[in-house]
Design a protein around this ligand. Sequence first.
Ligand code: 5RP
Length: 218
Amino acid sequence: MGDTDQKQRAAEAALEQVEAGTVIGVGTGSTADFFIDALARIKSKIDGAVASSEASAQRLRGHGIPVLDLNDVGELPLYVDGADEANRHLQLIKGGGGALTREKIVAAASRRFVCIAHEAKLVDVLGAFPLPVEVIPMARSYVARELVRRGGQPVLREGFVTDNGNAILDVRGLRIAEPAKLEADLNNIPGVVTNGIFALRPADLLILGTADGTRTLD
Ligand code: 5RP
């Protein structure tokens, strides 16, 4: 219950980052859902949104917010999304909801990435949360062996298919001391679409919901 309030506080605070007359990049998950609901209150002031998942696109449309194709809008001024873990350098683990690839694309295509989360998501070292890795289905076993070779324990996310038609391996046991290095290394394994480390393009601002308000890290 406390987490829910904190997520909502972070999402509401992110609304201040929205500039009138722009298209907003919107993430995926329960915290991003609070942001979408908040965005609905100022929908007449924005030109629309680019969604990082089918689920978020549906929620945006449900509020009457136009959903645009990233290919039609060019660079976005702002992307707002949640995270599974964040460190003090604003490097993240994402993908608990399985939308990591589209999230990484929209984050990369945005000038500013504002991450919203409840306070417990802030950690000293990334990696307690199992790292999601999106894989092309035929490469699943090969990629899993490569992850084991790197000290991880991959588990197939059963019954889950990403919006891109791929599988997710959730990898436990990785203590991620050098996030950018591991992000690049894992993305070089043939068959990996992307992994849930957001360090090569970290967030620019982290808004954490707390018990009595919000605090920000930049
Ligand atoms: C989805 C994500 C989410 O941002 C992440 O899982 C956090 O979700 P929540 O806001 O529900 O805690 O990366 O792929």
